[in-house]
Design a protein around this ligand. Structure first.
Ligand code: SF4
Ligand code: SF4
Length: 133
């Protein structure tokens, strides 16, 4: 079902820009385990901390982990990256659907009603962060 509404085109658009997604504590722990390094070293090498907000560093206009047209930490990428672009807000907000569709060429359906029905079915099977792979 997911492939009917979304298939990544690997354009890299979502990994570019001057800001990146915020990491949860679970995201940080996953990254620490992935690199096998102490927390301080992972933060110093790859992340930026602004107050309580932790994000990936931006290098040359993209997330530090974006390499060779893909995500170099794919198995350990943050929850928000896993969720993108199938954000639940699109179930109730057509303007958000339009904005996301315009920025992500992987969204395959242009009819909002059709998209919404199929997204609801996909999300029904994904109740926890772990379900997003
Ligand atoms: S913007 Fe969409 S199609 Fe492009 S890389 Fe990101 S998820 Fe894939
Ligand atoms: S962690 Fe990976 S998927 Fe997320 S913004 Fe960085 S390169 Fe893109």
């Amino acid at each position: 079902m997911e492939k009917e509404i979304f298939q990544c085109r690997r354009c890299g658009h979502c990994c570019h820009g001057e800001t990146t997604v915020s990491l949860t504590r679970e995201d940080l722990d996953r990254m620490i385990a992935h690199f096998g390094l102490p927390e301080e070293e992972v933060i110093a090498k790859y992340l930026r901390v602004t107050g309580k907000v932790i994000q990936m560093r931006v290098v040359d206009g993209h997330c530090i982990f974006y390499r060779d047209n893909g995500c170099s930490v794919h198995p350990a990428r943050p929850w928000r990256c896993r969720q993108w672009p199938l954000h639940p807000s699109m179930l109730t907000d057509q303007a958000n659907f339009s904005a996301i569709k315009d920025s992500c060429p992987g969204i395959r359906l242009t009819d909002y009603g059709d998209f919404k029905r199929k997204l609801a079915a996909v999300l029904a099977h994904r109740r926890s962060e772990a379900d997003w792979g």
